[in-house]
Ligand binder design. Structure first.
Ligand code: GLU
Length: 468
């Protein structure tokens, strides 16, 4: 069987982690089986769909590296196809026009509720002989009355729904526009989707979709409904649980591979393995090991994984993402030290690339002010002699490498009869503006000689001017 899977988001908001996980599972399944992964934008809800949201989906997918082989297809560009198939179903008597007004439907509903029945359309327009004048009808799908629909769900097992529980679904609104359940069916059919992998919030739609597929004479795709993601309080994951948008994770300094690794384990397992490279995920992924129950989003674990990938990832790759963050902070990383060296120096103490970018800005641009406490404690009259004494041996130093910088600092401390920290900490504040930086010799190596000397002069002038 040729595997064709799809991700079919509605562009009505950002790409959230739940959607990204669905996309990932569908993508992995296609990649594992050498199949085709399709991206389809379900933008028929003209009021709620926005171009910004389409962009967020495309940007999020690109950032995650979830590439698609076909698409993006836009449902709004396929209205002619939907309309043709609605006409076909009408011709074949498998759908019918319905003229019921809102008031009629409300009344029907109230009467059913009063009789403690489940509210549903009672099919009264199925056999209309003389349609009323002056009303543009909707089109309803004639659902079978008898029998049952079986969803052979690859995650949940068989789900059986009696046709008697399903009513005649509207497939075209009175303006002729097709409705969601119909467009999904037509697209899954015409795009020859073999596997519908999606959130289990859609499981109630599936029996209706199966009936429409059958009416169109189609064979059924296989379904895999993936359980929801919950927040730590057990409620469905939403904005109030913190960041849930993929691009927000990018902006907050997460690596795409960390987010993917986190998402793949959210509702799927492979023994007790926690760390998966993309290739390992593709190798190991399978549908039977998707959990049947909902999973809980754990931001601490995601942060832990992010730090893991920052620490153990190829520094060249990590630096690629760091460059982007530096750019976002308004610095041009090409006008300063190689970000690869910065990553190597900074990765231990930064769990996100945003933190790394912020704590590395001093390598790329002069800071306006010293951290107040750091300066108060370290840039004092007592520190002045150390800083001044460092200046000429550092200026004379060639090559400008960590080991010899270290030797200069040690020799300076010895010559002044003080501990190394007495020299190193004011030096750190002088060059970085704060008390936190990589080891001081490495910090100076990366910063470069010229900047180091310049900042030493500046710090000495500052101490003199503040006269403490
Ligand atoms: N467009 C639907 C959504 O964003 C998904 C439909 C589907 O996967 O079948 O929830």
């Amino acid at each position: 069987m040729t595997i064709r899977s799809r991700f079919a988001p509605s562009p009505t908001g950002y790409l959230h982690v739940g959607g990204a996980r669905t996309a990932l599972f569908s993508w992995l399944y296609a990649r594992k089986h050498g199949g085709t992964f399709i991206l389809r934008i379900e933008d028929t809800d003209l009021e709620r769909s926005t171009p910004e949201s389409v962009n967020a989906i495309l940007e999020g997918m690109a950032w995650l590296g979830l590439d698609y082989d076909e698409g993006p297809f836009y449902q709004t560009q396929r209205f002619d196809r939907y309309k043709a198939l609605i006409a076909q179903l009408l011709d074949e008597g498998k759908a019918y026009p319905c003229y019921c007004s809102r008031e009629t439907l409300d009344q029907m509903r109230e009467e059913q509720m009063a009789k403690k029945e489940k509210p549903r359309y009672d099919g009264r327009c199925r056999h209309l002989t003389s349609p009323p004048h002056g009303i543009t009808p909707v089109v309803r799908f004639r659902n079978p009355d008898e029998g049952e629909v079986v969803i052979e769900d690859l995650v949940k097992g068989d789900i059986v729904v009696r046709n008697g529980e399903l009513d005649d679904l509207i497939i075209a609104r009175s303006d002729g526009s097709p409705t969601y359940n119909f467009t999904v069916v037509v697209d899954d059919l015409e795009m020859e989707v073999s596997h519908v992998i999606r959130g289990d919030d859609h499981v109630n739609n599936t029996p209706r979709q199966i009936n429409i597929l059958k009416a169109l004479g189609a064979s059924l795709p296989l379904y895999a409904h993936v359980p929801m993601i919950l927040g730590s309080d057990g409620a469905r994951l939403s904005k109030r649980h913190g960041a849930v948008s993929v691009l927000q994770y990018r902006d907050e300094g997460y690596l795409p591979e960390a987010l993917l690794n986190y998402l793949v384990r959210l509702g799927w397992s492979h023994g007790d393995q926690e760390i998966f490279s993309i290739d390992e995920m593709i190798q190991a992924f399978d549908i039977p090991n998707i959990n049947c129950s909902a999973s809980t989003f754990n931001p601490e674990k995601l942060l832990w994984l992010n730090h893991h990938y920052i620490m153990h990832g190829d520094p060249v790759h990590v630096a690629h993402h760091l460059r982007w963050h530096l750019g976002q902070c308004g610095v041009d990383p090409s006008q300063g030290p190689d970000p690869v060296a910065v990553v190597k120096a900074q990765r231990e103490r930064n769990k996100t690339l945003l933190d790394m970018a912020h704590s590395s800005l001093f390598f790329y641009r002069d800071f306006e002010e010293y951290d107040e406490k750091a300066a108060q404690k370290n840039l004092t009259r007592d520190a002045l002699q150390g800083l001044q004494t460092l200046m000429s041996p550092l200026e004379a130093l060639r090559p400008w490498v960590r080991e010899s910088i270290h030797d200069v600092i040690v020799a300076t401390a010895e010559s002044l009869g003080v501990k190394m920290g007495v020299i190193a900490q004011p030096l750190r504040v002088a060059v970085s503006g704060t008390t936190v930086s990589p080891p001081i010799d490495l910090t100076l190596e990366i910063l470069g000689k010229e900047k180091t000397i310049e900042r030493l002069h500046k710090a000495c002038a500052w101490i003199n001017s503040t006269a403490r």
